[in-house]
Design a protein. Structure first.
Length: 113
């Protein structure tokens, strides 16, 4: 019986009282962390993807581009419902690349022409 009473005595105050902070106080840092992650990581990445998608949709014949692999060339046409770009990289040399493999548009100063 003594051990039974000593266990209840060590348990602390009862009656629904909490010794530490409330549940909201514990969740607040976690919620704050997710808000900070949204503004520092997710939002800028979504913005960058939107700009990239807009650039890829605006590509036209004659645009000078650089592929993800670092190949510079000029778009001469499109194939397969505009998903494949035909890129001229040298005289009489044309390659086919997917639209998503184009990294960016470049100026003639960057290509050396």
């Amino acid at each position: 019986m003594n051990t039974f009473l000593s266990v209840f005595a060590m348990a602390g105050p009862s009656g629904g009282q909490q010794g530490g902070g409330s549940a909201m106080g514990m969740l607040l840092p976690i919620i704050l962390m997710f808000v900070i992650m949204y503004f520092l990581l997710f939002r800028p990445q979504a913005k960058k993807q939107k700009e990239m998608r807009k650039m890829l949709e605006s590509l036209q014949s004659g645009d000078q581009i650089m592929t993800i692999g670092g190949i510079f060339g000029t778009i001469v046409g499109f194939d397969k419902k505009d998903q494949i770009a035909i890129v001229k990289i040298a005289d009489n040399v044309k390659i086919r690349v997917t639209r998503s493999s184009i990294a960016r548009k470049v100026t003639s100063e960057e290509t050396g022409n």
